[in-house]
Design a protein around this ligand. Structure first.
Ligand code: ADP
Length: 208
């Protein structure tokens, strides 16, 4: 059987994390979420965390060399079959990945800016189990995954920080579309449909 090495690309709040969780379980492969890994490093007070903190909180991309160090370690532990959520985000990151492991599918979640801004205001992260999802009301404080009342808005989900991230996405990540299209790997999915519909579109691509 051929390996599934899948990259999920998309702007902040496009639903990558939600889809990545389901897809990794479905394919039975480990998932690398670089944003989540970086937040763990910050919580642990590690050197990488200390280096990354300011960039993340102001909405900037973390420098390539920090990300690549982290991803290299992860890939050496998970070399065969993987899902990447949030990596690569720049051309140098994509080129570095190409040297160590070949993606088999690249899937872009397409969501327009106004919908992303709306979603950002509803996004919460559970400080107990780490899951990220959308709440229906601002009073909602219970995690649907682990049931604790420990939901917070992420520090980088303020609207100003979102705008910086979105601008960076357009400048630094959009060029990856052409990069992966030229390798014949790029697939786009309408990310505005329901999570179930998006997942079924993703499955069609992965199983094609
Ligand atoms: P989102 O998809 O909403 O941006 P993530 O949790 O994936 O959220 O990422 C949070 C932050 O972590 C990003 O805004 C960025 O600062 C940093 N980050 C994550 N992955 C990368 C990466 N591959 N390259 C540079 N910075 C990254």
């Amino acid at each position: 059987m051929t390996e599934n090495n899948v990259i999920l690309l998309g702007p902040p709040a496009s639903g990558k994390g939600t889809q990545a969780r389901q897809l990794a379980a479905h394919l039975d492969v480990p998932c690398l979420g670089t944003g989540k890994l970086l937040r763990n490093e910050i919580d642990n007070g590690s050197v990488i965390g200390l280096e990354a903190k300011e960039f993340i909180e102001s909405g900037q991309y973390v420098p390539d060399e920090i990300i690549l160090k982290m991803v290299e370690t992860w890939l050496s532990e998970n070399p065969h079959g993987w899902l990447m959520d949030g990596f690569p985000r720049t051309i140098p990151q994509a080129e570095a990945l190409q040297e160590s492991a070949m993606p088999t599918r690249v899937i872009v979640l397409d969501v327009p800016q106004d919908e992303l801004e709306f979603r950002i205001t509803k996004r919460r992260e559970c400080t107990s189990c780490g899951v990220t999802f959308a709440v229906n009301s601002n009073d909602d404080n219970t995690c649907p995954e682990c049931g604790t009342n420990t939901l917070v808005s992420r520090a980088d989900d303020a609207l100003e920080s979102f705008k910086v991230r979105y601008q960076n996405y357009k400048e630094l990540t959009l060029p990856l579309f052409d990069y992966y299209a030229s390798l014949g790997l790029l697939n786009k999915v309408d990310g505005t449909s329901s999570p179930e519909e998006v997942f079924s579109e993703i499955l069609k691509i992965v199983e094609s």
